[in-house]
Design a protein around this ligand. Structure first.
Ligand code: NAP
Length: 246
């Protein structure tokens, strides 16, 4: 049996991150489950996965804080000894008119979405480089590819994540590390909780595959990029979006 190192999923208490944690746990990976505020949900997910036989450990940390990210990665390595995969999923969104965006709004979105991804990648890379192996999967959005009205700050962060992914893939490829990105379409999670049923129905109608995405759809793309079948892919953006963006 292949010995698997752990996967660290940031923002795994809910939504897409939780679906990724479930997918990796089902495949037998030890799972390091990061959460920030949703402790109850994270505890419940850990319990669920442990009941299914998985090795799961919880790590509370705000990816918006360098010290917390570095401590989290140290603790993950202490617990599991080996980390194979990093999924930079933690993120926040905000819908507002461009002219209403304050400096604080802009900085907060960048600090969590972009700087959080940067901090997590930087913290795991010495371990990956030492082993000459490792998979990083970043999480952008279709809005990072195409730009979303009333989501300029969010779109800018998600475009930055694509730039980070491509450049980092070139830098660490020679060290045997792949860096790829998923850019999901509209996924049915709490992040879209502010959309009305009518908005969601319109988005569903706009989608060639005629449904909204589920967190599991994204988890399958992430899982693919972490697997053997993706060993010659790096610096790529895979967009599970039902065809809403082609
Ligand atoms: P969600 O349901 O709102 O969940 C967000 C997750 O991120 C939660 O687990 C939350 O943890 C975590 N998080 C937020 N701020 C954090 C911080 N500072 N430190 C650590 N964790 C933090 O959102 P989602 O829809 O699953 O989105 C997950 C990712 O997919 C995000 O990067 C998002 O931009 C991206 N995405 C989503 C969609 C969509 O339509 N839903 C589409 C494209 C891309 P706590 O609750 O524990 O604080």
């Amino acid at each position: 049996m292949v010995r698997r190192g752990a996967v660290l999923v940031t923002g795994a208490s809910r939504g897409i991150g939780a679906a990724c944690a479930r997918r990796f746990a089902r495949a037998g990976y030890p799972v390091a489950l990061n959460y920030n505020r949703s402790e109850e949900a994270a505890l419940a997910l850990a319990e669920e996965l442990r009941t299914g036989g998985a090795w799961v450990e919880l790590f509370q940390a705000d990816v918006g804080d360098t010290g917390q990210v570095e401590r989290m990665v140290d603790n993950v390595l202490d617990k599991f000894c080996q980390l194979d995969i990093l999924v930079c999923n933690a993120g926040i969104a905000r819908q507002q008119l461009f002219t209403d965006i304050t400096d604080g709004d802009w900085r907060e979105l960048f600090n969590i979405n972009v700087d959080g991804t940067f901090r997590c990648c930087r913290a795991v890379l010495p371990h990956f480089i030492h082993r000459k192996a490792g998979r990083i999967i970043t999480v952008s959005s279709m809005w990072g590819v195409t730009g979303g009205s009333c989501e300029v700050a969010y779109s800018a962060t998600k475009a930055a994540i694509i730039g980070l992914t491509k450049a980092l893939a070139k830098e660490v490829g020679p060290s045997g590390i792949t860096v790829n990105c998923v850019a999901p379409g509209v996924i049915d999670t709490e992040m879209n909780g502010n959309l009305t049923p009518e908005d969601l129905e319109l988005l569903r109608e706009e989608t060639p595959l005629e449904r909204l995405g589920q967190p599991e759809d994204v988890a399958e793309s992430v899982f693919f990029l972490a697997g053997e079948g993706a060993s010659f892919l790096t610096g790529q953006v895979l967009s599970p979006n039902g065809g809403i963006l082609i």
